[in-house]
Design a protein. Sequence first.
Length: 476
Amino acid sequence: MATMMLEVPDALKAMIDPLRDLFAEVQAQVERCRALGRDARYEAFEGYLVEKLAAVERSVHQAALSALDVDAPQIVINGELHVRVVRDRTTYMSQAGSVPVMHSLYRRAGDRNGPTVDPIGLRAGAIDGVWLPGAARDIALLLSQGTSREAEVTARELGRLPYSRSSFERVGHAVGEVYVAHHQHIEQLLIEAYAVPPEVCSVSAALDRVTIPMEEPRPRPRGRPRKGAPKKPIERVYRMAYCGTVTLHDAEGNALCTIRYGTMPEGDADALCEGMASDVLALLGKRPGLPVSLLSDGAPEMYNRLDEAFDAETFDGVPMHKLIDFWHLLEKLSAAAHVIAGSKEASALVTRWKLSLLNRSTARVRVLDELVSSGKDHVRVGDARPVHDAITYLTNNAERMDYATARRRQLPIGSGNVEATCKSLVGVRMKRPGSRWKTNTGEHVLHLRALLLSDRWTDAMDFTLRPARASIRVAA
């Protein structure tokens, strides 16, 4: 057996025992593997290996965090004198588990009841004072993908982040709060660093709404509350959240990549649209001359918000095409066709209308004439009047239905990207059975998940969790 002598500095002596245990476990596994008649128990070894490596990782953190400590009666932080108020042992939370470290806490001189400052947490960029940025980032990632209960189970099975469900909830929202507070600045940094693929030929912006279950206070009934009645009664109601997308398209109008946006029902939808417009301007600065498409369903609120954000003055000289989603129009026409032609002939009629709309700029007028001349706008199907509804839809959106020109310019004609975003951003994560949200915490998850689905997570977290610049020195 080869023998090697290692000189370990005093600052790293905490690593000796974990490394010794790791070597012993690996040596035992090697012996089991060499014995052909013995069970290698490899899966169990993998579990032990995770545990031993986590112990080594914690010892590394202990050494590195201790080096960030400042042990002096007085220090100067960003030019202000601070006085030490206590020195004791505290615990920092890493991806591999808790790490106990001696540290000092300081308070600004003369500020008797002011907040204390921990140089270790400040220099490391810890969240909530003790959560190291790597652990906080991973917790936020898991919370953006599923509930805190699911995050706890996933982490336990992976052998990382050995923390409780409440920790996942608290820390994940703490990261979300930091991001939301600075998201406009961070999004500006993200779009400035965005690399536009060379095959991009157009860009589209789309807006839509989706229901989300909200928790709201319920008025108390009059009179004396019955025994056992909740002190703060609540009700679960559905409100409309907003989703937006900025999508880059190839020469055939197919989506290459999509940036996703969202805000809660009480959030600022106008600010969301302005952020989309700002990102599109930044993309046009990288690739001048790209045509822009504005896509939405037939709701005036949606396309009016887009029109206001993408105003002609700001986008002067930019080729812009405004469209109502083609498939929403076909839904209206399909219902009308069943009234006009009956179930057997409806499909052929819709197909003829569809081909006409895709290939002729004047098709909307022709289809509208057919609907009007059918004389069936009064016919009801349940509570609806399909022919009347289709006539109204074609009339109100006359300037947004030139699909033939859009196709000739190889621009997208459907808002499928934002429709899918409503499902993936909100539906999958935030409309679980029994779920309900408050505005602030919902905003955290919505923004974090939008980053993940837009493939911007890593860069965004680098900006979000970057330690604040702090000048620290021992007072003379």
